[in-house]
Write a protein that binds this ligand. Structure first.
Ligand SMILES: [Zn+2]
Length: 463
């Protein structure tokens, strides 16, 4: 079996089509339908829409656009073939990985569909809190890189619109956004999936290029920032391949942290190489900053185990040092790019500070899945859970979600065992969990069988 077959098999084993169809057999929710149309999935029967969604591969399409911009020897080293496969699979990890497959099958570079959504949301929150001038700068660079029209009249239109949004977010853009940040981070750390933050929801979806409403739209700048971030994620993994970090030998050549820093640096250098103008180069480095800052937000909530990957905070420090002192560019460029990074870091700090109260409030309540179940049962209406749960699955079923689901099952079982009679609230909790589990049980998918096994396992262990 060669790398490409290995990747295809992996894609198949992670798909959740049957589960999603069991939840929404006839009609997709209208807003989801609209989102899918926006990302090019025009077919609107749920079966066709989900199968197109599962087939979507952001990593491969982004990789194919980026590769021709790299140095000829790197293009040669990373040429797609049976023995070098690149693609995204349906799961929620934020970082991708590169693997040298056993038995000389070649190399696979794997990314996750969930990272696409998570990065969009993180960039969305940051840009919504950022001044119009900052957003304009990202849009100017992004239009160049991604071939979006950006005439003088478009720029004027953008400026006016951005100013309008900036003035309309009350009490201030930072405060408007900041209470969403802890929710977003907590959801990802508890369940391994991301929800579109409430602050972004009213603005979705971003109009397509050519639509006048796109220019200066609150999600325009973040769409480019996230795209540069995806380029960094891709280049980091490509760095592991190009730097020969993946030996067939089980024994790694260097300690993990050292390899990670090297791959980061390789990615920073290639971001600079791959983008033509200094304007784009600086903003592409901001894409790397966005990825590492998102990881830092997650690590502040749920610290990573010592000895695994180096902490995002120290990877960020190295990005700053690279830009200030080491990048092989004009000194003026380095000054300008480091000023941009520092200003953005200050904005992120301000957001973090403004969300202090919400963070401590959230620390008092149970995990995101359980709070959703409890709230629905108290309100006597399961609609929110039935709407929310399949949306999480659109990104995959991370282990954390299985674990939270198992915990919820255990809590309901305990409540049932100690209750004199099943009151309506408890009955609703049972109903929601049964609904989700029943849909998984009636399928032949390997992934769903694994989900049930995992929730059984965690439910047993928790008692
Ligand atoms: Zn790495």
């Amino acid at each position: 079996m060669l790398a490409q077959d290995w990747l295809n098999q992996r894609k198949q084993s992670l798909e959740l089509m049957e589960w999603l169809l069991a939840f929404q057999p006839k009609e997709l929710p209208p807003d989801l339908k609209e989102q899918l149309v926006r990302i090019g999935i025009k077919s609107l029967s749920p079966a066709e829409a989900y199968s197109a969604l599962m087939g979507m591969d952001w990593a491969l399409s982004e990789f194919k656009t980026l590769l021709p911009a790299l140095a000829p020897e790197i293009q040669e080293c990373l040429k797609l073939s049976d023995r070098l496969a690149v693609g995204s699979v349906h799961d929620t990890e934020f970082n991708g990985f590169a693997i040298n497959l056993k038995d000389d099958q070649g190399i696979a570079i794997v990314f996750f569909s969930g990272a696409f959504f998570t990065l969009n949301m993180a960039a969305g929150l940051l840009c919504l809190a950022a001044e119009p001038q900052f957003q304009t700068r990202i849009c100017d660079a992004g239009s160049l890189t991604f071939g979006i029209p950006n005439s003088e009249s478009i720029r004027l239109m953008r400026e006016a619109q951005l100013r309008y949004w900036w003035d309309s977010l009350k009490p201030s853009p930072i405060e408007f956004v900041s209470w969403n940040l802890p929710h977003f981070v907590r959801r990802y750390c508890d369940l391994g999936v991301s929800d579109t933050p409430d602050a972004l929801r009213p603005f979705e979806p971003l109009p397509l290029p050519g639509d006048p409403k796109r220019y200066g739209h609150p999600l325009e700048a973040s769409s480019y920032l996230a795209a540069y971030g995806r380029r960094f994620l891709l280049l980091h993994e490509c760095g592991h391949v190009a730097l020969n970090h993946l030996t067939a030998d089980e024994k790694p050549v260097k300690p993990i942290a050292e390899r990670e820093y090297e791959a980061d640096r390789w990615a920073f250098e290639n971001l600079i190489y791959a983008h033509k103008t200094e304007q784009e180069k600086a903003v592409s480095l901001l894409g790397a900053w966005m990825v590492l800052t998102t990881l830092k937000w997650f690590e502040e909530y749920a610290p990573i185990e010592a000895g695994s990957h180096p902490p995002a905070a120290s990877r960020l420090d190295r990005l700053i040092v690279f830009v200030e002192d080491e990048a092989d560019t004009r000194a003026e460029f380095r000054d300008d790019a480091s000023r941009l990074l520092r200003q953005t870091a200050k904005l992120a700090d301000d957001m973090h500070q403004a969300s202090e109260q919400m963070r401590s409030d959230l620390a008092q309540i149970g995990d995101s899945l359980w709070s959703c179940i409890e709230l629905c049962s108290l309100e006597g209406d399961t609609t929110a859970f039935r709407d929310q749960f399949p949306r999480w699955l659109l990104q995959g079923v991370p282990d954390k979600l299985s674990r939270a689901f198992a915990n919820a099952r255990r809590r309901v079982a305990e409540e049932t065992a100690s209750a004199a009679e099943i009151n309506p609230q408890l009955a609703l909790k049972q109903e929601m969990l049964d609904w989700a589990l029943r849909a998984a049980t009636h399928s032949n998918s390997q992934r769903l069988a694994a989900f049930i096994r995992a929730t059984d396992y965690y439910a047993d262990r928790a008692t």
